[in-house]
Design a protein around this ligand. Structure first.
Ligand code: HEM
Length: 229
């Protein structure tokens, strides 16, 4: 009798790739909603601050105030850990499976993408930590008033603090490259496995990444140029 050993899904590469995909989708959903929320800055101070306060009250009166926010934060932290954890294990396995590098060009291409994703991910993580200390807790913000998120944003990206806008721009562009690669892989898996399908997946991923980057960057640049004050 032949006994076949089956690996639990989480221990197989397919399982880990599923974890990467599900956590990636959750993070992208947050990014889309956060970008749309940020654009409310163009509707004025009262409206933006009202929106920010509403975020803390989602789910009330069923849930006590800020509970929904903490549930969302827990899910996001779990998604970030799952995303990084599965990416690390997959990278280690792929390295262990091929101790000798390929000699032909495709490997060079794949290595470049993998390196970009790895370092891009690290930069995005460091940015998010800075960003939370800046606009959520207010510790690194020149105003840092939790009751006035609009004022915090305006103080943050003021023209004399142009270097903050520069730093945010670099972080958001890094995020754009990360998303373009991640989205292209996702669209490739979902679409037709043909050269045409590959081309479409790349184009759709590029459009998605550019729209998201522009949606984020328009806010600091509007403050920098005095459009939002
Ligand atoms: C560049 C433009 C951005 C602006 C103007 C912006 C603005 C803000 C503001 C005002 C808050 C505080 C909300 C509040 O306390 O009510 C916040 C929180 C946050 N932002 Fe951003 N953000 C930007 C980009 C990003 C990016 C690119 C990411 C992720 C990669 C991100 C992730 C977060 C997270 C995780 C929080 C904490 C949410 C929470 O309190 O649970 N933001 N952002």
């Amino acid at each position: 009798m032949v006994i076949t050993k089956t690996r639990s899904p989480i221990r197989s590469n397919i399982g880990l790739k599923a974890v990467m995909a599900v956590t990636g989708i959750l993070l992208v959903l947050f990014l889309i909603l956060h970008m749309l929320g940020n654009l409310k800055v163009f509707t004025g101070e009262t409206s933006f601050d009202h929106y920010a306060h509403w975020l803390r009250d989602i789910g009330t009166p069923l849930l006590p105030s800020t509970w929904y926010l903490w549930i969302q934060r827990t899910v996001l932290v779990a998604a970030v850990l799952g995303h990084i954890g599965s990416a690390t294990v997959l990278a280690m396995r792929s390295r262990a499976a091929r101790p000798v590098a390929y000699a032909h060009r495709r490997k060079v291409h794949v290595n470049y993408a993998a390196r970009t994703m790895r370092w891009g991910g690290v930069i995005i993580l460091l940015f998010v930590i800075y960003h939370i200390l800046d606009l959520t807790t207010g510790h690194l913000n020149p105003q840092g008033d939790p009751s006035n998120p609009y004022g915090n944003v305006v103080a943050d990206f003021a023209p004399e603090r142009w270097y903050v806008t520069l730093f945010y721009t670099l972080a958001v562009v890094t995020l754009g490259f990360h998303l373009r690669h991640g989205a292209a892989s996702a669209f490739r898996s979902l679409g037709q496995q043909t050269p045409k399908g590959e081309q479409r997946a790349r184009a759709a991923a590029l459009v998605f990444a550019v729209v998201l980057c522009a949606g984020y960057l328009v806010v600091p640049f509007a403050v920098l140029t005095g459009l939002v004050a």
